[in-house]
Design a protein around this ligand. Structure first.
Ligand code: ADP
Ligand code: ADP
Ligand code: ZN
Length: 211
């Protein structure tokens, strides 16, 4: 079984869709952003190196990211394919990935820049299970209680502020968006309109994956 990539700007809804697609397909989500935040929380060398880049809204160096991914793909649950979320983000990363995994679909979630700041600045996450919410667009059903695990503890990312988002968007446009053409040339790019209701986007992605 081959792997898929969820591709798009920060705040496009990659993590939100990954939760749902993981449930339907069984492909485990591999989020480099989540892995880096875990490394920072643990205080590892990787975490120490990554933190200043992340705080500034810049990409973490490719060699750090590729080493993380290689180690992650050795784990048991990755044997039957995975779903990459937020990786690859540069052509160098995509070239490294090409050598270690087969990618059948790159789902590009298209969201205009003017939507991104409002999405990111309203984002919060359940500390219990990692579910992603939004103050306006995806509040919890019961206020202050996670829909999935019942936890009452939530977190916001320190880089989810307007100043950092501007830098993350600019890194996306200069370093990451060229990858869309790179994958289009390889015949695996599938574009979905990400400026719609969350469930509609999920339905679209699942249909695209069946083709
Ligand atoms: P990414 O992983 O691409 O950075 P997220 O999945 O974390 O994006 O989504 C960013 C924010 O936007 C979250 O607060 C999420 O709840 C919200 N969001 C995701 N998809 C949509 C959508 N289709 N419409 C409105 N808000 C959305
Ligand atoms: P978002 O949900 O906004 O897309 P992520 O959680 O994917 O953000 O990433 C947060 C930060 O982690 C990025 O701004 C970047 O500094 C770093 N990062 C995550 N994945 C990568 C990657 N594949 N290459 C380089 N840096 C990365
Ligand atoms: Zn939860």
């Amino acid at each position: 079984m081959s792997s898929i990539v969820l591709f798009g700007p920060p705040g496009a809804g990659k993590g939100t869709q990954a939760e749902r697609i993981e449930k339907s397909t069984g492909l485990p989500q591999i989020s480099t952003g989540d892995m880096l935040r875990a490394a920072i929380a643990k205080g590892t060398d990787v975490g120490l190196e990554a933190k200043s880049y992340m705080d500034a809204g810049m990409l973490v160096p490719d060699d750090v990211i590729v080493a993380l991914i290689k180690a992650r793909l050795m784990e048991d649950d990755a044997r039957n394919g995975v779903m990459f979320d937020g990786f690859p983000r540069t052509v160098v990363q995509a070239e490294a990935l090409e050598k270690i995994a087969e990618i059948s679909h790159v789902i590009s979630i298209i969201v205009p820049d003017e939507r991104i700041v409002e999405r990111i600045c309203g984002r919060f996450t359940c500390s219990g299970c990692g579910s992603v919410y939004h103050d306006t667009f995806k509040p919890t059903k019961v206020e202050g209680k996670c829909d999935h695990c019942g936890s009452e503890d939530f977190g916001r990312r320190s880089d989810d502020n307007e100043a950092t988002v501007i830098n993350r968007l600019s890194a996306y446009h200069s370093q990451t968006s060229p990858l869309a053409d790179w994958y289009r040339q390889r015949g695996v790019l599938r574009e979905v309109d990400g400026d719609r209701e969350i469930n509609q986007i999920t339905t679209d992605i699942l249909q695209t994956l069946e083709k």
